[in-house]
Design a protein around this ligand. Structure first.
Ligand SMILES: NC(=O)c1ccc[n+]([C@@H]2O[C@H](COP(=O)([O-])OP(=O)(O)OC[C@H]3O[C@@H](n4cnc5c(N)ncnc54)[C@H](OP(=O)(O)O)[C@@H]3O)[C@@H](O)[C@H]2O)c1
Length: 257
């Protein structure tokens, strides 16, 4: 059974990915959509009656979900052609004032969740298949007032680049997608369009998802959409981080309680 798996498929970028994956690979036997909101996943399935969309409601920040997911994979023995490892969580703020629960949720999802989804799925992937891992431009330089988020995405960047090298040898492509600002629930819950954020352009998610799939098929290791963010990535590479952090603070864009 050939399948695609999309995590964080209930909204935002993941939902766009689901639509575009279904359009691009209509021959797949099943599309597994993963997130916590079972209702939203079932709605997605109902909106596509001609496709076999399997709602997999899981909290990927909870290690017990990984056992459930592993059992499902063992039972179904799928041939995963496409994996969009995308679910993520963000909470901005001054680190010393952050709620402990937010720090755990962020690290458990962005670091452990992303890692374990990859670990559990890779044995079911073979030559010609690919995984897109959603990182962030927040991984290019440390972000004061988003310290834990940017550190978690720096981990994701390293993970994806290393896995790309490991898996390349057997023809499985791992590609890091590093998006900039996107008009999604995550952005609006955690930022205002003022201060530093106001100069960042929004990405077109139709375009980003399709180009990401094309690049992943071609074996690319990374994709940073839009020239504005490519230039930022280059700057972050050449300017020492001690200097970069003077400009990357997102304090001015953090919503007031
Ligand atoms: N928005 C931006 O500006 C931006 C910029 C750069 C990178 N990104 C990255 O893009 C990815 C997608 O974010 P988005 O902007 O599309 O945000 P979003 O609309 O809030 O979507 C996040 C998705 O992740 C799922 N999710 C959250 N916590 C989860 C958990 N514990 N277990 C399972 N699923 C969970 C959510 O579904 P449920 O709530 O139903 O679980 C939802 O489907 C993230 O990795 C994010 O870091 C976003």
């Amino acid at each position: 059974m050939q399948i695609a798996i999309i995590t964080g498929a209930s909204s935002g970028l993941g939902k766009f990915f689901f639509e575009k994956v279904a359009e691009r690979y209509p021959q797949l036997d099943e599309y597994w959509v993963v997130a916590r909101s079972e209702n939203k996943l079932k709605e997605l399935a109902e909106q596509h009656p001609r496709l076999k969309v399997r709602a997999v409601p899981l909290d990927l920040a909870d290690t017990r979900s990984m056992d459930t997911f592993e059992n499902l994979l063992q039972e179904q023995q799928p041939d995963i052609r496409v994996l969009i490892n995308n679910a993520g969580f963000d909470r901005p703020g001054l680190f010393r004032e952050m709620k402990k629960t937010d720090i755990y949720s962020l690290m458990n999802l962005n670091v452990m969740g992303t890692t374990m989804v990859s670990r559990l799925c890779l044995p079911y992937m073979s030559k010609g298949s690919y995984q897109i891992i959603t990182g962030s431009i927040g991984s290019f330089a440390p972000l004061p007032w988003r310290a834990v988020y940017s550190a978690s995405k720096a981990y994701v960047r390293f993970l994806a680049r290393a896995l790309h090298e490991e898996e390349r040898k057997r023809g499985v492509n791992i590609m890091l997608l590093s998006p900039g600002k996107m008009d999604t629930a995550m952005f609006h819950q955690n930022s205002t369009d003022s201060g530093n954020m106001s100069i960042q352009p929004y990405l077109n998610l139709d375009q980003v998802t399709v180009t990401a799939m094309q690049k992943a098929e071609r074996g690319c290791a990374t994709y940073t959409p839009m020239m504005f963010y490519k230039v930022y990535r280059l700057l972050a590479k050449i300017v020492p981080s001690a200097l970069m952090v003077k400009f990357t603070s997102v304090e001015s864009s953090v919503p007031k309680e």
